[in-house]
Design a protein around this ligand. Sequence first.
Ligand SMILES: NC(=O)c1ccc[n+]([C@@H]2O[C@H](COP(=O)([O-])OP(=O)(O)OC[C@H]3O[C@@H](n4cnc5c(N)ncnc54)[C@H](OP(=O)(O)O)[C@@H]3O)[C@@H](O)[C@H]2O)c1
Length: 332
Amino acid sequence: MSRAVVLGGTGLIGRATARRLLAVGWDVTVVGRDSSRMPEDMAIAGARFVAADRAPAIGAGADLVVDCLCFTAAHARELLPLLDDVGSTVMISSKAVYVDAVGNHVNSAVAPSFDGPIRESQPTMAPRGDIDYRTRDGYGAGKVAAERVLLDSGYPVTVLRPSKVHGEGSVKPGEWVFVKRVADRREVLLLSRGGRGVDHPSAAVNVAALIETVAENPGRRVLNCADPDAPDALAISRTVAKHLGHRWEEVLLDDHAPAGLGRHPWDRLPGIRLDMTAAGRLGYRPVGDYATTVIAELDWLASTDRLPPAFDHEYFAPMLNYTAEDDYLATR
Ligand SMILES: NC(=O)c1ccc[n+]([C@@H]2O[C@H](COP(=O)([O-])OP(=O)(O)OC[C@H]3O[C@@H](n4cnc5c(N)ncnc54)[C@H](OP(=O)(O)O)[C@@H]3O)[C@@H](O)[C@H]2O)c1
């Protein structure tokens, strides 16, 4: 039986990966700090939970190690002593590493402008280890530093760069801005910039599909990791409303609308899309398109009476400012 260790295995990408591997007969160990985040279905399917703070050494001798917790060069160096003895290693990086022609990235003060779908050969931020990886400037730079340590090691490490990840168990599910409105029976939906913004979605189950492909094809490489399609915010809002059986009037705001109104998580123009050619060549077959794969998250969000303790309410608050919306609508 093949053995996998997933660091951060109780989180969004980790649990999708564990479930996929368990379903095809792998022996799976997941590492997290809090056992209460371990989904019951995973335990029933045979996953072992190990409570630890990162602890990559637990991966020694595994056929596959998936590191969902690698943010810095120091984290990457912790993995190196194991790699003689691991069949295939996957480090989860991010599209946040990419810079446009003038050096802007998705977390910079000025939004980036990429020429088209981003390929893995697109320039990245410079690696840095001198700023906190939990900051806007530190996140992408820390990921690049970690990627370089692993790729320069010569071991079969595959770096995956997902985009905006969706799935069951997310603590920052973008679709919440629409699901919450359905729950609150809002009759009007305001969308900034006409809802034309695009930020390529990456279903956690599609990330997991690519991880299984990499497990079967160990190698040293970088791969983008996103859904087969990249719907804009308007299309996403319609997918959510249709699935939850809700109707609202769409108010598509233009650039003259008051600042802050109609905010949503996909407000990127020009849109951000990842080129998925390289993953396809390796044999990646996504589970489904955005509308198909997002259903599990929508059903979870709509049915749960308790969001995860780490849920990022602060991030969503400005996007759910009903008072400002109602004031605006009253003056139309
Ligand atoms: N989510 C996205 O949209 C996105 C996009 C691009 C890239 N990524 C990258 O994908 C990776 C995984 O992200 P995710 O969204 O799946 O994360 P997540 O949902 O926040 O899950 C992280 C998991 O790791 C566990 N964990 C956190 N710190 C730990 C530690 N020190 N030791 C052991 N376990 C720890 C957490 O559980 P406990 O807190 O209980 O330990 C949690 O289960 C990250 O590297 C992130 O940068 C994410």
